[in-house]
Design a protein around this ligand. Sequence first.
Ligand code: ASP
Length: 501
Amino acid sequence: MPKLQLHTKIIIGLILGAIFGAIFAVNPNKLEFRFNDNSQQVENWQEFTFLKKDSVLKSFGKEDQLAIIKYFKNLKDKKDIRQKIKLSDGSEKIFENTVTIEKIKTIGVWFKFIGDIFVRLLNMIAVPLVLASLIVGAASLTDLRHVAKIGGKTLGFYALTAVLAISIGLTFANLIQPGHIMDADAKDRLLDTYQEDAKTKIDQNVSMNIVEFIVNIVPKNPFKAIADGDFLQIVFFAILTGIFLMQIPKEKSAPVINFFSGVSEAMIVLVEKIMLIAPYAVFTLIAATVAEFGFSILQTLLWYSLTVVLGLLVLTFIEYPILLKIFTKIKLKDFLRAQRQVLAVAFSTSSSAATLPVTMDVCEKRLGVPNKIASFVLPLGTTVNMDGTALYQAVATMFIAQVFGFDLNLTQQLTIVLTAALAAVGTAPVPGVGLLMLIIVLKSVGVPEEGIALIIGVDRFLDMCRTVPNVLADSLACVVIASSEGELGEINPDAKYEGAM
Ligand code: ASP
C-alpha cells in the first residue's frame, strides 16, 4: 500500500474527527448534577424550574440545556436554591444543595488533551523561531531603508486586503440581510442564554487607540516581550538587533548570528517533527469541537453563519486568487497545494499564532520565499493582518444591527470599514479574540454591545473558519512582497517535510 503523505493524513484526521465527534456528541437532553458527596444524571426533562425556597426563580424548557447550565453557574447566591424537574414520563425530581450542573462528557472529548499538547508545542516554538530567524534575516538586509521599504509594502498590502475583505462582508450582509430573517423568539432566547458571557466581555472595556498601538510596538523590555509572546515588539527588537549586528566587527557578530541561525534551524526541524502528530491532534481537536458543539444553535443562526462563511469563501477563493494573479506569477493550484498543512492547522486550532511556525516553514521551503522576507512579513501579518476576522466583524455588526432594528446608512457602513480594519489589527492571534474586539466596531456605530450575546453560540465554529483566511493572507503577502523584490525562489508545492513519512 502506498504511504500516505502528511497532508492526506491530516485531512483524514479532520474528516474522521468530525465523524467521531458527531457519533459521540454530547447529549443535549442529559444533565449531570454534582452534590457534595455524590452525583446524579437526569435525562429528557420537560420542564426545569429553579426555586428559591418555594418561589419560582426561572423556568426552562426541554431544549434549554445550555441556558440551564449557564443560569446555575451565574447565580450569585446559591443558598436555598432547589431544582424542580418534570420528566417526560410525568414524574418529578427535586434537587437541593447542588454544587454543579454540567453536560455529560463523552468519549468524543476525552482525547482533546492530545490536541492541546500539539497547540502548546506550536506556541512554544513560535517565539524563539520568530526571534532567531528574524535576527538572522535582518542581518542580511542592507540598511534600515530597505526594511522600511519592505515594511511599507507589507502594510500597504495588508490594508488593501483588509478593506476588500470588509467590503465583501458588508456586501453579503446587505444582500442576505441575515438579521431580518431571525425570529423574535430566537432572539430573546439567545440574549437570555448568553447575556452573562456577553457582560463578562463587555466589562473588559476593550478600546483601540492607534497612537498607543504604535508606541507599544517599541518594547520597554525585550525579554518581557518574549515572555508575553508580543510579536510586534519581538519583530521590532529583532530587526534592530539583526541590522546593527552588521555594523560591528565581523568577529563579534559572526558567533551571534551563527547562534541564532542554529536556534532557528533547530526550531524548523522541531516544527517538522511536531507536524508528524498533526493528523492525530487534528482528529482530537475536531472531534471535541463537534461533540461539544450544539448544532441546534447553528440552525438558529443559520443565515448569519452562512453569510459569514460565504464571505470567507469569496475572500479565499476569489479575492486572493485575483491578487495572486495580479502580483505574482505563481499558479493558484501550486499556491494552495503548498498551503495544505497550514490551512488544516489554522482551521483546527483557530489560532494564527499557533499556525505561524508551520506557515513560516511552508513559505520558505515550498513557496521559495527568502528567510529575510518570511521572518518579517509573517509575524507582522500574524499580529496585524486578519482579513477573515475583519470580514466577520463587519457581518456581525450588520447582523446585530438588523436584529435590533437599526438601519445602518452608508456613512455608518463606511465607519464599519474603518473600525473593523482597526479592530482586526488589535485582535490577538488566538482563539476567540475577534469576538471581543467586535465590541469596538459595535460601539463605533451605536449598535448595542449586548448584541454579542446573539452570536456567541456559533463563535467557535466561525473562529475556525475565519482563521483560515487570516493565515492564508499572510502567506499571500509573503509571496507578493518577495516577488515584487524579485526575490521569489523556486516553487515546490509538494516539498515533503523532512520527517514526513
Ligand atoms: N482566532 C483568530 C486568529 O487567531 C482571531 C479571531 O478572530 O478571534 O486568527
